[in-house]
Design a protein around this ligand. Structure first.
Ligand code: SF4
Ligand code: SF4
Length: 171
């Protein structure tokens, strides 16, 4: 997939230093249209921490062991949610395209991993205006540059949360 999921070559991209110039100091617009494009695409990964796994298990009414066995897989020293191949691409296992026709919903929305909560304000997307536009086009994410204005303070929180999530200890 293209964004919330990340491809193998993207796995370490969030370790870049904090950008010196915040070109988005006046904020950025973003409102999700629930198209689901960020939860599908090519083969990739939806990383999550052990604590996030426990929270998703609770949300699904499963034990952590059941959740891990049924919905996740190990990639190197991290764990990812599974994906399933559909006509749309490699959908995250929790992408729900049937409950509301025309919409793609997250089946663990209230407990979704930080990787998903912080999209599209990932460090690599914020490096330059060009990177932002590229992420928007590649996904494609119609929510970027539309709708709600996120002030710089909120963008910083999301950006740094994603960075910290990517630097968290493997488990
Ligand atoms: S609008 Fe963007 S964030 Fe929302 S589901 Fe589509 S691609 Fe993902
Ligand atoms: S956990 Fe939810 S938001 Fe994250 S990739 Fe899967 S369906 Fe999308």
């Amino acid at each position: 997939m293209t964004n919330s999921k990340v491809g193998p070559s993207d796995q370490n991209s969030n370790s870049d230093p904090i950008p010196k110039q915040e070109w988005y100091k006046d904020g950025l617009k973003f409102s999700c249209s629930q198209c689901g494009n960020c939860c599908t695409g090519g083969p990739g990964a939806v990383w999550y921490t052990e604590q996030e796994g426990r929270e998703m298990a609770v949300a699904l009414g499963l034990t952590h062991e059941e959740f891990t066995a049924k919905y996740t897989r190990a990639i190197a020293n991290r764990r990812s949610l599974n994906e399933s191949q559909t006509p749309h691409g490699f959908d995250c296992v929790f992408l729900d395209r049937t409950s509301q026709p025309g919409r793609a919903l997250c089946g663990v929305y209230t407990a979704r991993p930080a990787q998903c909560r912080t999209w599209p304000f990932w460090p690599e997307n914020l490096e330059t205006p060009r990177a932002w536009k590229a992420a928007k086009a590649k996904t494609p994410c119609l929510g970027m540059d539309n709708g709600t204005l996120y002030p710089i303070e909120q963008i910083r929180i999301l950006r740094e949360r994603d960075r910290a999530d990517n630097q968290s200890a493997p488990w």
